[in-house]
Design a binder for this molecule. Structure first.
Ligand SMILES: *Cc1c(COP(=O)(O)O)cnc(C)c1O
Length: 434
């Protein structure tokens, strides 16, 4: 496979942009090698600067649930752009996307659009703090909610600790209000509430921990968090930036019957353009300015192009069974991967929900990954790196890290899935013999 164009572009980029990328995982640091510079995408496929074609399971990290350059989305963007790209004044499009989301997700009465998932989570927490007049928040190690200072915090080990920042540049004083605990461990959450009965504003959680690989919530974990929030007067924030319209058309909350106070959204609702949103119960959302006193604003928030892309994406998705077909293909892909691994004696933990999936190569056959510590302990990252490159060579583009989820779109076909499973079989056979 020729990669000379990508190599040249990457070399140049490293002089111009820190690490050559505008978001760290793109740089392939955890799998090694040169990131592919992408020229174009159509449906399930992307083409790099050297003309290589890949079946894409990253899909811009989730947003492209209809695949690349879907006609309806491209048309909506072009039609809207011809009329102007931004006004800094309200538009009908914002009402339309708001209505689509509110109708799809029962817990949501009102929504505020922002420009990224980071902004959505940051604003949701400010709102929870304004609403409760409390400072502390609880998050879970390995859960990602964007790069706001107070959220770049995780526990160093399996024990609940006071927050210490993960990144230089985050003041200890900012992180100090962030309590971090263990995903899937409700007792630890209860303990934190018992220790801080009057000062916790909110718990924020990913319904599937899909930024540390793919860890499913244990059956009563999420509802248990909500019950504790109710008991102690805290706000239950479900971060569905990734899972929204991916796990089910109504999000993970529809799939598992949850009724969060605030939901964070992003990715799919922007159809590939920069959009985030925080949304929820009317009595809480009414605290957002100018209805209420909690200040939050944005020059490009509710941008017409982004709204148009989101509307076209959701309307197309809700039409005619696209979601269910993509969901079936996702399950078929994971079944195929599991069978391939089993037949070759490769320990694998793999799951899918809706149109999302994830898999870990395990260092030992009896290991089970259920939180961040066990993910770091048991995931065979070297095998993943080799597998990733073997798949790339065979025209399959997976996430360039073991600790990320994968995605399908309505443009993927059973042929694509079969090709991918064969490539996986071939790749694993090759790895084991080399
Ligand atoms: C991607 C993601 C974010 C951050 O969204 P950005 O648009 O990258 O800022 C927040 N929360 C979750 C669960 C995500 O997957």
């Amino acid at each position: 496979m020729k990669t000379v164009q990508s190599e040249n572009l990457f070399q140049k980029a490293q002089h111009l942009i820190p690490g050559g990328v505008n978001s760290p995982v793109r740089a392939f640091r955890s799998v090694g090698g040169t990131p592919r510079f992408i020229e174009r995408g159509k449906g399930a496929y992307i083409w790099d600067a050297d003309g290589n074609r890949y079946i894409d399971y990253v899909l811009s990290w989730g947003p492209l649930i209809l695949g690349h350059a879907h006609e309806a989305v491209v048309e909506a963007i072009a039609e809207t752009a011809a009329k102007g790209t931004s006004y800094g004044a309200p538009t009908r499009l914002e009402n339309d996307l708001a209505e689509l989301v509110i109708q799809a997700v029962p817990s949501i009465d009102m929504i505020r659009f922002v420009n990224s998932g980071t902004e959505a989570c940051m604003s949701a927490l400010r709102l929870a703090r304004a609403y409760t007049e409390r400072d502390k928040i609880i998050k879970f190690a390995g859960c990602y909610h964007g790069h706001a200072d107070m959220l770049l915090v995780q526990a160093g080990s399996g024990v609940a600790t006071l927050g210490l920042p993960d990144s230089p540049g985050v003041p200890n004083s900012t992180a100090a209000h962030t309590l971090t605990t263990v995903y899937n461990d409700l007792d630890q959450v209860r303990e934190l509430f018992e220790q801080n009965p009057d000062s916790i504003a909110a718990v924020i959680v990913e319904p599937i921990a899909a930024n540390m690989g793919f860890v499913l919530p244990q059956p009563s974990f999420l509802q248990g968090i909500h019950d504790l929030c109710k008991q102690y007067g805290a706000v239950f924030i479900l971060d569905e930036v990734m899972t929204g319209f991916r796990v089910a058309p109504g999000g993970a909350q529809a799939e598992w019957n949850l009724d969060p106070d605030i939901t964070c959204l992003g990715k799919v609702i922007g159809g590939g353009l920069p959009v985030g949103a925080y949304a929820g119960k009317r009595h809480i959302m009414q605290h957002v300015a100018p209805a209420g006193m909690m200040y939050q604003a944005g020059t490009l928030s509710g941008n017409p192009l982004a709204m148009a892309a989101g509307i076209a994406t959701l309307r197309t998705l809700f039409d005619g069974g696209l979601f269910d077909d993509a969901k079936k293909l996702t399950a078929a892909l994971i079944n195929g991967l599991v069978e391939a691994a089993q037949s070759l004696g490769v320990p694998l933990q793999a799951d899918s929900v809706g149109t999302m999936f994830g898999f870990y190569f395990l260092k030992t056959a009896d290991a089970v990954i259920h939180d961040y510590a066990s993910a770091k302990q048991h995931a065979h990252t070297e095998r993943y790196a080799k597998f990733f490159h073997a798949m790339l060579e065979r025209g399959v583009y997976l996430a360039p890290s073991q600790f990320e989820a994968g995605f399908l779109s309505s443009a993927h076909t059973m042929d694509d899935v079969q090709t991918t499973i064969s490539a996986a079989q071939d790749s694993l056979t090759h790895l084991l013999s080399s």
